[in-house]
Design a binder for this molecule. Structure first.
Ligand code: TXA
Ligand code: MG
Length: 350
């Protein structure tokens, strides 16, 4: 398949770039699959109301069919069409955080492709905060099912070139709108009950949610690595975001990190380090890449996936990563790092 690529300036979506949006929307209406930017990561969109369209997403990504998709909408009416009951917590949270990196889970109405919801009686919905995504949804007139636009298991794409690396020739089109903003996926929150439950940490933090609704719970499977606990968000059980070389998270100070690196190099390994602006000049290894500054954790979120992918362009045999405090967006950063590392952690004093 020939993948069409459109370059769209997100500040001129409604003017100069609109013909591109119309072409991409026309492909979506014909039940083809198109990748587009959102404020979190690039999504791989298809008509959420049509099985044959949604099936193409699973095929292109190599995604397991028991992992449901998020439906992307651009207005409130679409939410009403998709769910039976907008609970009070869903109402409060969407009023504050939509459009934005929040996905809510509610009981679904019939009509949504069973493939989208992987047979569950709930559906995940979000309104992205991105001019291109919103214009594409509006112009197509469709709710768009869209997972992250990467091959299953790879880091999510924060640039159109990441989408091309993974999916060129496998999808109908890519709308290139430049770098995404947040860099990590949306926060997935179950809003079916009275108390919201975080199924996946993401761009909206637990602290921000609590300010709006008071108590917020976290799916226990996210906090403990126990085989007996099954994550409520099916996607969380799969290995994700992994670079090719094995990744270890190092918990300890810079000297300990250097010690771990030196030991691996003494064993003949080519060693990569995922570092920060603060420590990059202090660490000696074969490849040292910074994800951003600890003074602004959002810079780290924005570059994490790009740096994980960048290690694949090097010849490192092993990667050690600094670890980060799990507050604010740090919770989502550590969740993704732990998954990318397959929970391999090296601790000082152990
Ligand atoms: O930021 C994002 O959310 C990006 C952009 C493209 O919008 N999308 C994204 O989609 O991350 P995906 O498919 O990579 O992740 C969707 C997550 C998975 O963990 C999936 O299991 C969960 O949402 N999910 C979807 N529907 C669900 C449901 N009904 N119940 C529980 N979890 C659900
Ligand atoms: Mg994903």
């Amino acid at each position: 398949m020939n993948t069409i690529k459109w370059i769209v300036d997100k500040n001129n979506v409604k003017t100069d770039s609109y013909p591109h949006i119309q072409q991409a929307a026309a492909l979506l209406q014909r039940d083809e699959v198109v990748a587009f930017p959102t404020e979190t990561v690039y999504g791989l969109g298809a008509n959420a109301l049509e099985d044959s369209a949604v099936a193409k997403i699973f095929k292109a990504k190599g995604r397991p069919s028991d992992n449901p998709l998020i439906v992307h909408i651009s207005n409130q009416q679409q939410l009403t069409n998709l769910v039976d009951n907008i609970t009070p917590v869903a109402k409060k949270l969407t009023e504050v955080f939509w459009p934005g990196p929040l996905t809510i889970i509610l009981k679904k109405k019939t009509g949504i492709s069973e493939l989208v919801t992987a047979g569950l009686d709930t559906v995940a919905i979000r309104m992205p905060d991105h001019e291109i995504a919103l214009a594409l949804i509006e112009e197509s007139g469709l709710p768009l099912a869209a997972p992250s636009a990467n091959l299953s298991g790879k880091p999510s794409p924060t640039l159109a070139k990441h989408v091309e690396e993974d999916l060129n020739g496998k999808i109908a089109g890519i709308v290139d709108g430049g770098a995404t903003g947040v860099g990590l996926e949306s926060t997935v929150v179950d809003c079916t009950g009275d108390i919201p439950v975080i199924f996946r940490p993401g761009g909206v933090t637990k602290e921000q949610l609590e300010k709006v609704v008071g108590r917020v719970d976290v799916d226990p499977a996210l906090e403990k690595e126990e085989a007996s606990l099954k994550p409520k968000s099916p996607g969380m059980k799969y290995t994700h975001y992994a670079p090719v070389a094995p990744l270890y998270i190092v918990e300890g100070g810079p000297q300990y990190l250097q010690h771990v690196v030196d030991k691996a190099r003494a064993d003949g390994k080519i060693v990569g380090v995922l570092s920060t602006d603060e420590q990059i000049n202090r660490i000696k290894a074969d490849v040292v890449l910074t994800v951003g500054t600890r003074k602004d954790m959002h810079t780290i979120a924005a570059h994490l996936y790009e740096v994980l992918r960048a290690f694949n362009e090097t010849s490192v045999d092993i990667i050690f990563s600094e670890s980060f405090p799990q507050v604010g967006v740090g919770a989502a950063i550590m969740n993704r790092l732990q998954k990318a590392a397959g929970h391999k952690i090296v601790k000082e004093n152990e």
